[in-house]
Structures are given as C-alpha cells and as structure tokens.
Write a protein that binds this ligand. Structure first.
Ligand SMILES: NC(=O)c1ccc[n+]([C@@H]2O[C@H](COP(=O)([O-])OP(=O)(O)OC[C@H]3O[C@@H](n4cnc5c(N)ncnc54)[C@H](O)[C@@H]3O)[C@@H](O)[C@H]2O)c1
Length: 364
C-alpha cells in the first residue's frame, strides 16, 4: 500500500514532542512533503531536518493547501486556530488529522462535522486517550467482565500548573497561560480526562460540578469536582486540582469498582494496570503495557482508514461529545445546576465566558 503524502500545519511543541517522533516511526506509511508555520524560519528549519527544500516550507497554510500532491494534513495550531485551520484543510479536500480539542465550542465542532460531510473527507481527531495501550487494556478488562459489572469510579488529577513553564511542560506557551477560549486548562487538559472517561464508560447522561474560583490567568477554577453518571448507570467522581501536588504514593489515579473487583491505574505512564478481586482466592495482577503509544496508534488508525476503509476510532462525533462534556462541566460549575452534555449543542450561540472574564482573573 502506498504512503500518505502529508502536510503539517503548526510546528510547535505538539509537533516536536508528539507528532514528529510518531511519524518518524511510521515512515513506511507517511511521507511528509510540506510543512507550515506562521514563523517561516521555523518552517524552513523543520523542512531541512526532514530533508525537504525551502520551497516545501510555508508560512501561509492556504498556499500549502493548494499543493495537489498532498493527500492529508495535520493541524497542530493553538486551540483558538483549530476551527479555522481544520475548516480550510477540509475545504481544500484534504483528509484531516486534527489535534484536540476539535474546536473550542460545541457549535464550532458541529460546524466542522458539517464541512467534513460536505467535502467528503476523512477526519481523525488526535485524541490519544482513545489509543493509549493502558486505556485499551482497561476497556478490555471491563468489557470482558473481569470485575463484574462496573459501578463506580474515581478519576483524580492533580498538577501544579503554574510551575509548568519552569518545568518545560506544554503549559509554558503564552496561549495556554492566557487562554482566549472557554475553560482554559479545563478545555485543553480536561478534554483528555473527559475523553478517557467517555472511551471507557460511554456518553455521560448527567454532570454536576463544583468549581473553586481561581483568580488565575489560565483557568476559571483552581479545582473542579464533579459527579458524573454514564448511560450504563456507572457513576463516578472526577476531580482536577490545578494548584497542587500529590506528595504521597501511591497516587489516587483512576480506580474502577465493579461487582467482583477493582481496576487501578496509578498514572498513565506507570506501565502497569492493577486488577484485584473480592474473591481473595483469585490472585491480583499487575498487567504490563507500553506507555505513550497513543500517538503512533492514532496515526496507524488514520492510515488504515484511508488505505483499507477501516473505521476511525477517534471520530469528529466523539470529539464533539468530549467538548460538550467539558462545556457541561463548566456550565454546571457556573450555574450550580446539573447539566446534560449533549444539550450544550442545542444552544446554537453557546459561548462560555473566557477565563479573563471571571472575577479576579489575571490577564496579560
Ligand atoms: N494530544 C496531545 O496530547 C496534545 C499535547 C499538546 C498539544 N496538543 C494540541 O496541539 C495543538 C498545538 O499545541 P502546541 O503545544 O504545539 O502549541 P505551540 O504553541 O507550541 O505550537 C503551535 C504552533 O503553531 C504555529 N501557528 C499558530 N497559528 C498558525 C497558523 N495560522 N498557521 C501556521 N502556523 C501557526 C505557531 O507559530 C506554533 O509554532 C493544540 O491544539 C493542542 O491542544 C495536543
């Protein structure tokens, strides 16, 4: 099967740390033929590192999209640009690999789905949570009934986000420190948490969240605590604390309780999923997996979809559901009322306040 000729738009951290290494390991499936960044010197540097010439480096994505040799394009721009760049790629009749969140509101994501259908292109949203091996493993354990019927879960995330710049994390980017989209970090990182819950448990039928107003530039809340109920009647507690650190091990992590036992993942990179049983004659087990494989697996999925007609796991519809769920969490925290995620799409002009519009928020 022949390779997919690929263009890349946006050559920042996600390119350097995630997509470039994954694509390098899939050189039998993808050939990068053109790259684009607003910063032309950066684009030329990347083109050179890939063995391309200066003419393959662009600072205007519309010029890149005119190239007839390109079959598919990756959009790796900051969240505020996700809608505009994804729409342009699809209108140019190129298949699309779009970084998460697919758009910054349910309405915009819904519009993108309409554009996809109008131009008949394929879309994979690069939500690695739907491809990480630990999540595939946990899903298999759940669906094969290893812990009986799942009933309850705890999904806990704690990070000192203000230290991200110093630690060289993704949070160092100015657009994340002073976001111009609803939810700030809760949309950027929280969408991954929501995607994993939805991957494991299906659609949430109701969410009820409490937020602690932060006065921070990067998030309306320093902590969000939510009760979620899923359609299979699984209920759980999601918490995301952005201004702290867990100083004791083991971490709370993800714990799923079923009628016969429990699954425990301490953190995504720990390399083992633990399973234990109420029946103490059944030995507990630590099942090994290879962390950080989601970026490779998502590209393999996209390749299979284009070349063999396989079904994409991380569809635009699922990405829309993730965004709706994040917006429902934010709306619930704002109104102190439970919310139904899919109803956030019904409000066509649905716009949540930007982080800078919350009381006490810091701005530039
Ligand atoms: N899946 C993941 O785990 C993961 C991790 C990090 C980032 N992301 C996503 O990847 C995207 C990029 O994040 P990042 O951390 O790389 O940001 P970044 O700021 O490091 O890089 C973005 C790059 O896009 C360029 N750019 C901006 N607008 C452009 C335009 N109109 N045309 C061409 N280039 C443009 C910028 O110059 C910059 O080089 C975001 O949507 C983010 O949510 C996903």
């Amino acid at each position: 099967m022949h390779k997919i000729n690929l263009g890349i738009i946006g050559l920042g951290l996600a390119w350097e740390r995630l997509h470039a290494p994954a694509l390098a390991s899939l050189a039998d499936k993808f050939k990068i033929v053109a790259v684009c960044d607003k910063d032309l010197e950066k684009a030329k540097g990347v083109a050179q590192s890939l063995g391309l010439c200066d003419d393959d480096a662009y600072n205007d994505y519309n010029a890149l999209l005119e190239r007839p040799d390109i079959e598919a394009v990756e959009s790796l721009v900051p969240i505020t640009g996700n809608y505009e760049v994804a729409a342009a790629i699809m209108r140019a009749k190129k298949h699309l690999i779009a970084e998460k969140p697919f758009a910054s509101s349910p309405k915009a994501a819904y519009e993108l789905i309409k554009i996809r259908d109008m131009y008949g292109v394929k879309v994979m949203v690069a939500e690695n949570m739907r491809y990480e091996e630990q999540n595939l493993l946990i899903k298999n354990l759940l669906t094969s009934g290893q812990i009986g019927n799942p009933i309850f879960f705890i999904d806990n995330h704690i990070v000192e986000y203000s230290q991200e710049s110093k630690k060289g994390g993704f949070g160092q980017t100015a657009w994340r420190q002073y976001p111009e989209y609803a939810g700030g970090v809760l949309m950027d990182s929280g969408v991954h948490h929501v995607a994993r819950m939805r991957y494991l448990f299906g659609d949430a039928s109701s969410v009820y969240a409490k937020g602690r107003p932060s006065g921070l530039g990067f998030s309306p809340y320093s902590c969000i605590n939510a009760l979620l109920t899923f359609k299979e009647n699984i209920t759980g507690h999601y918490s995301f604390f952005l201004a702290g650190e867990e100083t004791q091990a083991p971490l709370t992590g993800l714990r799923i309780f079923g009628t016969h036992g429990e699954i425990y993942l301490e953190e995504p990179h720990c390399g083992f999923v633990n399973i234990s049983y109420k029946d103490i004659s059944r030995p507990s087990a630590a099942i090994a997996y290879t962390p950080k494989q989601g970026y490779v697996h998502e590209l393999e999925d996209f390749y299979a979809s284009l070349r063999t007609g396989g079904k994409i796991e991380s569809t635009a519809e699922k990405a829309l559901g993730d965004i709706e769920t994040v917006c429902a969490l934010l709306e619930s925290a704002k109104t102190d009322q439970p919310q139904t995620p899919h109803e956030t799409s019904k409000i066509t002009a649905y716009v949540l306040p930007r982080v800078s519009q919350y009381p006490g928020a810091k701005s530039h």
